[in-house]
Design a binder for this molecule. Sequence first.
Ligand SMILES: C[S@@+](CC[C@H](N)C(=O)[O-])C[C@H]1O[C@@H](n2cnc3c(N)ncnc32)[C@H](O)[C@@H]1O
Ligand code: SF4
Length: 460
Amino acid sequence: MTVSYADQLQLRRMELLSAYGGRAPRYTSYPTAAQFTPDIGPATYAGWLSELPADASVSLYVHVPFCARLCWYCGCNTRAVTRPGVLADYISLLREEIALVEKHLPGPMKAHAIHLGGGTPNMTSVDDLTVLFATLRQVFRVAPGIEIAAEIDPAQLRPEWVRAAAFHGLSRASLGVQDLSPEVQAAVNRIEPFEVVARAARLLRRAGVASLNLDLMYGLPRQRSAHVLATLDAVLTLKPDRLALFGYAHVPWMKPHQRLIDETTLAGDAERLEQSEAAAERLAAEGYVRIGLDHYALPHDELAIALQEGWLRRNFQGYTTDEEGPLIGFGVSAIGETSRGYVQNSADEVTWRKAVAAGRLPTARGVAVTEDDRLRAELIQRLMCDFAVDVPAVEARQARRLAADPMREAALAGLARDGVIEDTAGVIRITELGRPFVRQVCAAFDAYLAPEALRHSRVV
Ligand SMILES: C[S@@+](CC[C@H](N)C(=O)[O-])C[C@H]1O[C@@H](n2cnc3c(N)ncnc32)[C@H](O)[C@@H]1O
Ligand code: SF4
């Protein structure tokens, strides 16, 4: 019997799991959120905002931490609400927060992207959505045609919300799907048949929302490769421009409701790897370009173009074509970034409310970035996006060198020996074999990573 190249690759990856299948950050930033501390609070953030160049263009993120139901796997900052008044109150506090931030800005800044995340932003009423956009437009110069994106729960999508969002410029919609098989849906408390997703996709497309992304997951309880593939078969009929395929991060010590999931029904590392690779193979056959750790895009999509042209980036929302620049986050747990560092609002809703109502910025923690962080951040970002980095070229551009570190050298030598990377005089390329272990390669450049980094999610 002959073993195909794909099978050989998979077998070798399974062997590597014991060495590299541990836990590592997802590197949506560097330093990662694990380095955020309360030392960075409202006063520091106010100073950072006032130092922004008046002509800089900013990206805006608004977090809506409410859902109609709580999916047991959910790792997002959200809670289930049934009373509509909760959302209206929240939006009015959000407006106050936007006004608080405005006080510290150098003037009316240009915004080049707006992202509504959650939770379920499409649970807002049309009036609240309109008021929110009006407030953002009062404070920021929002040019027509900029990217305006929203995360959407298809089960909660109302035609009037779609019309209003399209009127305000919604250009990209991201629908949560996860897995369509009834047994997996029952195991995670999210019953949502394909028709619900198809209807949402139709509503959005008819309203002129140009780009559609679907979120899928693997590694869910009771999920097998066959479920992942059947879900793909169904959703591919909707011709999404992008797909995200997230590996379920089971972190019950951070998200206690995940304890509702029966751990004995969760796939092990080898099976998770099989699920993600089966999906990758299927998507490649459909013409989707594999982007980074967990995204896929049709070749016409900006994400695929950015990858090809070398300007793909990674931020708190995952892979993005957002231009580099400050990010201002509003709402519970929202993260912001300026060239000075990262900040995060209180992730506790009551604390966030109290701060805003008292006229204080709700900044709870953050981290100031050093020159060394900036160098490592660029190296890690290129690895996460391009699966390759020219270390000497980045050092030359930043006019700074990595300090000698025998631990890093040993880690890279081991990765090269195992065929995970090829290292040619500091030009590091992650091999096809090594693809699932990209986070471990990045970890070699992470100056903060200690062995107790086991608190992160699984690598595959
Ligand atoms: C804000 S939700 C998407 C929109 C909407 N709330 C919904 O669920 O339909 C963001 C996405 O994060 C992913 N996600 C949530 N919890 C996760 C976890 N524990 N591990 C990996 N991905 C997760 C899911 O794919 C989900 O669609
Ligand atoms: S997956 Fe989406 S709908 Fe489900 S709880 Fe999380 S944010 Fe809410």
